[in-house]
Design a protein around this ligand. Structure first.
Ligand code: TRP
Ligand code: SF4
Length: 326
């Protein structure tokens, strides 16, 4: 059986962009893979080291979101990165053989340093971000890594590091992992930009019915369509993008009605809120179960951490031998 590993930084509650972007792949892949899903709390600290308050609480929140979308702890190993100290050991050892220029030319690194200007990211930890990520992946000898587009450079670096390790110490020890880019469609945020917490344009898994209705009402539509009977351009409309995903059986009718000027935006948004709430209903129900039993969440975390640590320890035995560390 092939192994899959993926991780997410615990940066707050998850939204529909995460659901379509990677969580659905997580749920699908747990059926046919030896699956490891990790909360990357150390990675969160690479940018938030000045304000680490609440990292553990955020990790628990992320676990709850994962459970609510159907990640099943009996099928997948769900764990917290910082609980498996072996990741740090492999990170250290991979650092020995990773050339600094590989890290400096990483486009994600350059971009983020630009974007997050308010933080001082000229740190060793931030430069080493992809080395830590490589350790996360290689320590489980993962074959596949479901990720978003922005993470591709990190996966390329992981493969380069794996190749270098294999070349130096033992051919074939680490498999070269392949990325799995989501086959699910991209969802815009309410304002048409990329859905993101920092833009304040997201629909969260934990939003209640009223909130979803309100957010649907506020979605950007074709600005040229101001009256019900104006023909519209659905390709220029956030509401339509959501209809395509959550109202797939009916989206052709939505599109043609819009184009012909037979459909008003107010009704179109109301209909959307209904299907969105229907899609979120099972997630809300699971979430309520999870919230009602915090002891169970703690057990799941503890159990996942120890299963992950066992697998990681096995790989580290091999790594230490190959690197002549006794
Ligand atoms: N860097 C990833 C992100 O920000 C999170 C992550 C950490 C990760 N370790 C990983 C993703 C290993 C895939 C595999 O989304
Ligand atoms: Fe968008 Fe619907 Fe209005 Fe067309 S009718 S512009 S698809 S909200």
């Amino acid at each position: 059986m092939e192994t899959v590993l993926s991780g997410m930084r615990p940066t707050g509650k998850l939204h529909l962009g995460h659901l379509e972007g990677v969580l659905k792949s997580y749920v699908e892949m747990q059926e046919n893979y030896r699956a490891f899903y990790m909360v990357a709390d150390w990675h969160a600290l690479t940018t938030d080291y000045e304000n680490p308050g609440g990292t553990y609480e955020s990790s628990v929140e992320m676990f709850k979101d994962w459970l609510s979308v159907g990640i099943n702890p009996e099928k997948a190993v769900m764990f917290i990165q910082s609980a498996v100290r072996e990741h740090a050991e492999l990170y250290l050892l991979l650092g020995m053989l990773t050339p600094v220029p590989w890290l400096e030319r990483n486009p994600t690194y350059k971009e983020q340093k630009q974007e997050l200007k308010e933080k001082d990211l000229s740190t060793y930890g931030f430069l080493g971000y992809p080395v830590l990520q490589a350790a996360d992946i290689l320590i489980y000898k993962a074959d596949k890594v479901p990720i978003g587009e922005d993470q591709r450079p990190h996966l390329e670096l992981t493969r380069e590091i794996a190749r270098r390790f294999n070349h130096l110490y033992g051919s074939g020890f680490f498999p070269e992992p392949k990325e799995i880019l989501t086959k699910f469609p991209k969802l815009p945020g309410i304002d048409g930009r990329k859905m993101s917490k920092s833009y304040g344009n997201a629909l969260y898994l934990t939003d209640d019915e009223k909130t979803v209705e309100e957010k649907a009402r506020n979605m950007f539509t074709d600005p040229k369509k101001t009256r019900k009977n104006d023909p519209g351009n659905p390709d220029n409309c956030v509401v339509c993008a959501f209809h395509r995903v959550y109202n797939a059986g009916n989206s052709e009718a939505v599109i043609s009605g819009c184009k012909k000027g037979e459909r008003g935006c107010v009704d179109c948004k109301k209909e959307l809120a209904v299907v969105l709430n229907a899609a979120l209903e099972p997630i809300r129900r699971k979430r309520a179960e999870v919230d009602a039993d915090p002891g169970r969440v703690n057990d799941i975390i503890r159990d996942g951490n120890s299963r992950a640590a066992k697998a990681a320890a096995e790989t580290m035995d091999g790594v230490r031998k190959l690197m002549k560390l006794g």
